[in-house]
Design a protein around this ligand. Structure first.
Ligand SMILES: NC(=O)c1ccc[n+]([C@@H]2O[C@H](COP(=O)([O-])OP(=O)(O)OC[C@H]3O[C@@H](n4cnc5c(N)ncnc54)[C@H](OP(=O)(O)O)[C@@H]3O)[C@@H](O)[C@H]2O)c1
Length: 280
């Protein structure tokens, strides 16, 4: 690794992602924010100071995920840390131009596709990949046919299910990258006071009031940053904040994980490309 680490943080313009970016800037890392809105991204970059770059793209749209990957490859000769933080708690059913349920794409397919499209650079850089997970994965119930298109949409369960799908991929990426120097872990940041799942209107105001007692984004960022900067080759782990924890049976189902992986390859258009796609 070079002296200055290049770190990529998706959804780094607010909430936990911003706090992660801020901590990385304070540690003299170069931070590349991936945000969907240029103006919000520029405001965050200016507030962060330090060495901060911006890549914009809507991670709910697969073609934009591909553009983000292209831009990251163009702008980052190495990627030392990749933090998949962008996430959405859907308060209503929204289908994307790819005719997929939005949170299924942002929370699950986008990090999957980014890992695959960036794979060559990750292998060259021996990247530490960190997925910002959610302890609520435990309540996920994946329906392979209905969940991707939102046919089983539910304001709470869909969030849990999409985070479960994302988490199921972590051990498979860890296996795929074993012995290469690339590591991948997942971490539940805690129950954190951010705008996640804000429904707007009166319910939004009430939720905001309730969140006042929740932990700060900086607290949520702490275990993420610790993992991002950890040395050593451990990989495929799940952390509940600072504590490593075993996966609940629903996320340790290897047969299900493989089916979700295969489906993600199909839905993202990776199927049919050879096994070294994205590698140097
Ligand atoms: N807060 C908690 O208690 C908690 C608990 C467990 C896990 N998490 C996880 O922590 C991560 C960060 O959440 P947070 O609490 O910090 O939420 P947040 O304040 O709502 O921030 C979410 C971030 O994701 C970005 N994002 C959403 N949709 C996107 C899209 N289509 N394309 C690109 N970026 C998009 C947002 O960008 P915009 O500003 O443009 O919307 C924002 O930067 C998520 O993965 C979440 O699941 C949070």
């Amino acid at each position: 690794m070079e002296d200055t680490l290049t770190t990529v943080v998706t959804g780094g313009n607010r909430g936990i992602g911003y706090a992660v970016a801020s901590a990385l800037v304070r540690r003299d890392c170069r931070v590349v924010l991936v945000t969907r809105d240029r103006e919000r991204g520029e405001r965050a970059a200016a507030a962060l100071g330090g060495s901060v770059d911006l890549v914009t793209g809507d991670l709910s749209v697969l073609s934009e995920v591909r553009s983000v990957a292209d831009e990251l490859l163009r702008r980052c000769g190495s990627i030392d840390v990749l933090v998949h933080n962008a996430g959405v708690w859907p308060t209503r059913l929204v289908n994307t131009p790819d005719e997929l349920e939005r949170s299924f794409v942002v929370n699950h397919l986008a990090p999957f596709l980014l890992n695959r499209l960036l794979e060559g650079r990750l292998l060259e850089s021996r990247t530490r990949v960190v997925h910002v997970s959610a302890g609520l994965y435990i309540k996920g119930r994946l329906d392979m046919d209905r969940t991707p298109v939102g046919a089983d949409f539910h304001r709470m369960r869909t969030y849990c299910t999409t985070k479960l799908a994302n988490l199921l991929m972590v051990p498979l990426f860890a296996d795929r990258w074993r012995g290469t120097g690339v590591t991948v872990d997942a971490v539940h940041p805690g129950v954190i006071r951010t705008g996640l799942g804000d429904p707007g209107g009166v319910p939004g105001v009430l939720l905001k009031a309730m969140k006042r007692s929740w932990a700060s984004p900086e607290r949520g960022a702490t275990p993420v940053v610790r993992l991002a900067l950890e040395s050593g080759g451990a990989s495929g782990r799940y952390f509940d904040a600072d504590r490593q924890a075993p996966l609940a049976p629903v996320a340790a189902d290897q047969a299900l994980a493989q089916r979700v992986w295969d489906q993600a390859e199909t839905l993202t258009g990776l199927t049919g490309l050879n096994a070294t796609e994205g590698r140097p």
